[in-house]
Design a binder for this molecule. Sequence first.
Ligand code: SF4
Length: 438
Amino acid sequence: MSTQHDNPAETNGTEVPVASPGAAAGTEGRAPTQPRMASSVAAGGADGRRNIFDLDRSSLEDFFEQELGEKRFRAHQVMKWIHHRHVTDFDGMTDLGKALRAKLEERAVVHAPEVIFDKPSADGTHKWLLGMDAKNAIETVYIPDKGRGTLCVSSQVGCALNCQFCSTATQGFNRNLSTAEIIGQVWVAARHLGNVPHQQRRLTNVVMMGMGEPLANFDNVVRAMSIMRDDLGYGLANKRVTLSTAGMVPMIDRLGEVSDVSLAVSLHAANDELRTRLVPLNKKYPIAELMDACVRYALRKRGTSVTFEYTLMKGVNDQPEHARELVRLMRAFDRAVQMKDAAKVNLIPFNPFPGTRFERPDDLAIRSFQKLLNNAGMIAPVRRTRGDDIDAACGQLKGQVTDRTRRQAAFREQLNRRQPDERSDRPDANTEAGDAAA
Ligand code: SF4
């Protein structure tokens, strides 16, 4: 669920030094081994061996017990080697006996995504283009800030939901990512940063806000989030893992049944007519149904708030009447969950990408919109754009480097047909509105 997520965290721009690629320190003085570059992370190996990245704690324990005939606690040792020390070669897992290491080599692999492109920004933001197989690549972005580092993780290759202001949407949908491909993004970043859970924590938050709609890839996302929150994985607290959705109502309820992560909703408009134009999924799950699902989620997890992302687009949803509508909607949410400030709003100035028909409002308009919310007693931070020099808008880097989907080809062709003076004005970015929501 990309929400123009150049900076998922509200940031002040503090730069956290990052290690050079491949130089991340493991624990106990051990240098991490290089990842194996697989032809397909999802498949694990062409030879049918299990990719351990696909398994959370309980499924890895089952694998050891049922498929290897070993004690379940061996799974814990292997998880620590992989997620804490960034070791992927079984030979390097020195507290396992030689026979077990040989057995693992025969039956399993640890395949990480391939780093195709590794792009640091002058402001400390870091973006990776990661190859998932011979044809598919996705983006992962790390945003450091004072006292925390947030990783924005993708859940799908492309996206089918076709939100009209989204760069990823122009690329169409290719496929879901496997658990290995989702947690592999965290592993690549953690390894690069030298992150060690509970000791040297540079990766403090994960937002499922990259390419794709995470709730459309439910099982893999939930399993990957379980590894993120596991002490044997990345040890992140529930509130530090956030799933952002365009509003797949039934899946929000399902998420509430199985997980305690933070919920964010990509809202962008507080009336159905406008929201359906911006987020076609709204036709299927209108605002009233979406808000009811958010209320159920918040009530199930007493005391938790829900974040509503609002991308500000010039002349589209940035007028005073839009702010007043938003206030009414948020206040109704607070009343329904009987908690002050249960609804949090993040204002995100639109981050333009080539060919888009939308524009970023000027600073005065952004501040005026924010002031209207503040005057109504709402806290509504404006996200500062980060990583401008590394193609900040979600999907841009991937689009430039590898994208070959039909929707992207059509989008580019359409753009090229226009007169040059029209291109930055109001080209009709997407012609398939509503296809995903049907
Ligand atoms: S099109 Fe997909 S990736 Fe883009 S904002 Fe919508 S749900 Fe997110």
